[in-house]
Design a protein around this ligand. Structure first.
Ligand SMILES: Cc1cc2nc3c(=O)[nH]c(=O)nc-3n(C[C@H](O)[C@H](O)[C@H](O)COP(=O)(O)OP(=O)(O)OC[C@H]3O[C@@H](n4cnc5c(N)ncnc54)[C@H](O)[C@@H]3O)c2cc1C
Length: 483
């Protein structure tokens, strides 16, 4: 392990809070530019391979609150955040989507991001793809992935394999890829360039005076307190924790008011033959209705199959004995609703709320119906949608009944894509940070993670997070940061 344990008193020229997609890339750029960088991470260093991917063990060791966090609302939305060295990049599905050109143009225009060059971001994406080894599966796709391909092909819907940041050490085992997460790529590079990485160290609060931060007050893994002094701080705790830390530090402005997510609804589908892959996810996605609506496959170990049947357990429980013939799929929407992150004195965790719009609700309803249809076209014998009162679906005719019975307030709605709580740009009252991540009203406090993305991207977000983080860190290193 390249990480150290924290001590009660530390200092650095640049403090980076959080070691995920934003923090690891920020630390690498700044350390390689010669800055004295200290990265502090609340979670532990967990060696890849030490826990089974997508298992309860992994949730326990590498997720915040064991993966059980909920945004309040009607319906409430379950969300998950990585909490470990490497953050979300250690636990996620590894599906890579460059930020779409049309989206970059829209962000540029609507949020007036200064000195914005889409070609610069795409050139950074080229670099990132080499470093994290973005590629397609070297052999046959798994059967759960092929279900998406088959169903979409039968319906004539646009679909494809999404490349992942993976290496495949054994040519004959395309299902045994190794995720090229931050602990495998950018964090070792940052440390090789002189950065220090400290795990088990949570930043509780920044000490602020007239817009300048001078110290971070921390809690270490053994419960003791510590202090870190610095000249500049990059807050990279992710879209929930970054605004929460700023609020706890007395930084206000447009912080935490515009949480954007990709809400999903789910179903489990049973096929004639065994297909379940407990420790991996499908690589195909269906994009016929993108960017508003997309379909993909979820982790499907027996516990997660049971969870997807839970909403209608009284009638669906009979299916669990067939878990090897089942896999779980989702319909994800690009929501027009927004959420809020609010910290309250004396509470360690923020309160998160989210409100879906009428259009979001209808899109989730039609999304689940279309996904069900796709499963039938792919050969599913029976489909079990995840909402209370759901009927099991065996034929096309049942799809309409299911769609009518659907109520989003009775469904399990969840998300793993969280962003936009400190949007970047130059629109007063709409942006929490300037065009390079410097927090409005602060002199030496930057945000450089998913919080900066102006809206939910409509595709898996990690590539966008990394491209912006590298762009902004380079600007800082070049001394051209505004303000
Ligand atoms: C289950 C799952 C599946 C996903 N699948 C994909 C996918 O296939 N493709 C894709 O593109 N994206 C995916 N994502 C999303 C992707 O992982 C995130 O968009 C990305 O990791 C966000 O980067 P970040 O730097 O903002 O935050 P994170 O990567 O979450 O890193 C934040 C880190 O900061 C630490 N931290 C927070 N607060 C503090 C504090 N106060 N003190 C110290 N440390 C702190 C956290 O512990 C965490 O490790 C998935 C996410 C999850 C959870």
């Amino acid at each position: 392990m390249i990480a150290q344990h924290a001590t009660a008193s530390m200092d650095a020229e640049v403090l980076v809070v959080g070691s995920g997609a934003g923090g690891a890339t920020t630390a690498t750029v700044l350390a390689e530019a010669g800055f004295d960088v200290l990265v502090v991470e609340e979670g532990a260093w967990v060696e890849q391979g030490a826990v089974v991917p997508f298992s309860l063990d992994q949730m326990d060791q590498q997720y915040r609150a064991g993966g059980v966090t909920v945004a309040l609302g009607m319906p409430s939305i379950a969300y998950t955040e990585g909490r470990c060295a490497g953050g979300g990049t250690e636990v996620n599905s590894g599906l890579y989507w460059r930020p779409p050109g049309e989206l970059l143009e829209r962000w540029h225009r609507d949020f007036r991001i200064a000195d914005f060059d889409p070609d610069e971001l795409l050139a950074i994406a080229d670099e990132v793809e080499t470093v994290i080894n973005v590629r397609t599966v070297p052999g046959n796709h798994s059967e759960p992935s092929d279900v998406l391909r088959r169903g979409a092909a039968a319906l004539g819907w646009r679909h494809g394999e999404i490349p992942r940041w993976m290496t495949y050490p054994h040519a004959d085992q395309p299902d045994k890829g190794e995720r090229q997460s931050m602990t495998r790529t950018y964090l070792p590079r940052a440390v090789a360039a002189g950065a220090r990485l400290v795990v088990g160290c949570r930043v509780d609060r920044l000490e602020m005076s007239r817009g300048t931060a001078s110290a971070a007050h921390t809690t270490l893994a053994d419960g003791t307190s510590g202090t870190i002094r610095f000249r500049h701080v990059f807050v990279c705790g992710g879209a929930i924790q970054s605004p929460a830390l700023l609020q706890r530090s007395g930084v206000h402005g447009h912080i935490g008011r515009t949480l954007a997510v990709h809400p999903t609804v789910k179903l489990a589908a049973r096929f004639a033959d065994a297909l379940n892959v407990p420790d991996d996810v499908p690589v195909h996605q269906v994009k016929e209705f993108a960017p508003h609506l997309s379909f993909g496959g979820s982790a499907s170990n027996p516990g997660l199959v049971a969870l997807s049947l839970l909403d209608q357990w009284s009638t669906f429980r009979r299916a669990i004995t067939d878990w090897q013939r089942m896999s779980v799929y989702y319909a994800a929407i690009t929501s027009e609703g927004t959420g809020r992150v609010r910290s309250f004195p004396g509470m360690a965790d923020p309160v998160v709320t989210y409100r879906l719009t009428h259009r979001d609700r209808e899109l989730l309803r039609s999304g689940l119906a279309r996904l069900t249809l796709l499963m039938l076209e792919a050969g599913a014998e029976e489909v079990f949608p995840s909402f209370q009162g759901a009927p099991a679906v065996k034929t096309r005719r049942d799809v309409a009944t299911m769609q009518r019975a659907f109520g989003v307030n009775r469904a399990t709605v969840m998300t793993v894509h969280l962003c936009s709580t400190v949007p970047m740009g130059e629109v007063e009252g709409r942006c929490g940070a300037d065009s390079f991540g410097k927090v409005v009203g602060c002199h030496n406090v930057y945000v450089n993670d998913a919080s900066l993305l102006p809206t939910a991207p409509g595709v898996n977000p990690q590539a966008s997070v990394m491209a912006f983080a590298i762009r902004n860190a380079r600007r800082f290193a070049a001394g051209g940061s505004r303000g």
